[in-house]
Design a protein around this ligand. Structure first.
Ligand code: SF4
Ligand code: SF4
Ligand code: SF4
Length: 306
């Protein structure tokens, strides 16, 4: 039975174990899904022209407040994924080698998502029919374990709201008009397309076969990385240079580490003490994460497209 945010916070403050959400085992719904059922996106760096139509469409269909922070309030110009931006286009440019590309970032909709495994309240779930990783605000505590767990640094938190939400791409699951993700719908170059994972893997393999040497190591990023993702990338540049496409082995994060929820609720610590300890731990970890991201940006030349 789902439990409310109010009950969960109350239980934490009184030291009572919250059972309904916490004892839920990490979702294994991915095991029931085949590539045929999973919806997916395929983004191809060689086709993207950096027009950012996908960024605007994403903001529009998701009713996001325009992010004008870096333009003195003049126009929408998000630099990073943030609480107002679920989809971003960045420019990678290396003046020494002449390598240059745009890259799109949003939630990767992992096949075995670390955010789902880490969430103690089952506020993040993997849809059993199509694999979309969805966030539900009714049970979210705002603990931000999902942020820490995500290997791609995707979920963002509304720091300035009284009732903050976790913000991330939900694969436009609210669009029931059959058009699919708005970013794919508007892309003038079909640089990002939508379909089943099976279909898109087939298309990606054909592009590789038809264009020998065009794509980095003839590889489809996301086919296996981190246990596989439902957003797939074809890139002519080494994926790790493109920011969020970090090198991961073929096992998912939940497979590799014990989930945060198991560690947190082993029963040895009262929830309120554990919460305080983890908040402090997370703050430090998050600062480190931000510093690393900045470092990668300086090292690789990855920057916003102006
Ligand atoms: S990319 Fe991050 S937020 Fe998205 S499903 Fe994977 S772990 Fe969750
Ligand atoms: S699928 Fe929807 S929410 Fe996700 S990046 Fe595309 S437009 Fe934005
Ligand atoms: S709409 Fe298509 S071409 Fe334009 S920036 Fe987005 S992915 Fe690239």
């Amino acid at each position: 039975m789902p439990i409310s945010r109010r009950k969960a916070i109350g239980a934490m403050l009184t030291g009572t174990a919250v059972v309904a959400g916490v004892q839920k085992a990490p979702a294994a719904s991915h095991e029931k899904l085949s590539n045929k059922e999973m919806v997916a996106m395929l983004y191809d760096t060689t086709l993207c022209i950096g027009c950012k139509a996908c960024v605007s469409a994403c903001a529009q269909v998701n009713d996001l407040v325009p992010d004008t922070g870096d333009s003195n309030g003049l126009y929408q110009m998000p630099k990073y994924l943030n609480d107002k931006t679920k989809n971003i286009i960045k420019l990678y440019e290396d003046e020494k080698t002449g390598l240059r590309t745009f890259v799109k970032a949003q939630c990767m909709h992992c096949i075995d998502p670390a955010c789902v495994a880490a969430c103690p309240m089952a506020a993040l779930t993997k849809n059993e029919k199509n694999g979309i990783v969805q966030w539900d605000g009714t049970t979210c505590l705002g603990c931000r374990y999902c942020q820490i767990a995500c290997p791609y640094n995707i979920p963002k938190f509304e720091w300035n709201e009284v009732n903050p939400k976790i913000v991330k791409c939900q694969f436009c699951d609210h669009r029931t008009d059959g058009k699919g993700p708005a970013c794919c719908d508007v892309c003038p170059r079909e640089a990002v397309i939508y379909g089943t994972r099976e279909e898109l893997l087939r298309i990606a393999r054909k592009r590789i076969a038809d264009n020998p040497g065009k794509y980095y190591e003839d590889r489809i990023y996301g086919e296996y990385e981190g246990g596989g993702t439902q957003v797939l990338y074809l890139s002519h540049i080494e994926p790790k240079l493109l920011g969020h496409l970090v090198p991961l082995d073929h096992r998912s994060i939940p497979e590799q580490v014990e989930s945060v929820q198991n560690t947190l609720y082993m029963g040895f610590l009262s929830p309120v003490i554990a919460y305080a300890a983890l908040t402090s731990y997370m703050k430090k970890r998050w600062q480190k994460h931000e510093e690393e991201a900045k470092h990668i940006e300086e090292e690789t030349g990855l920057k916003e497209q102006l």
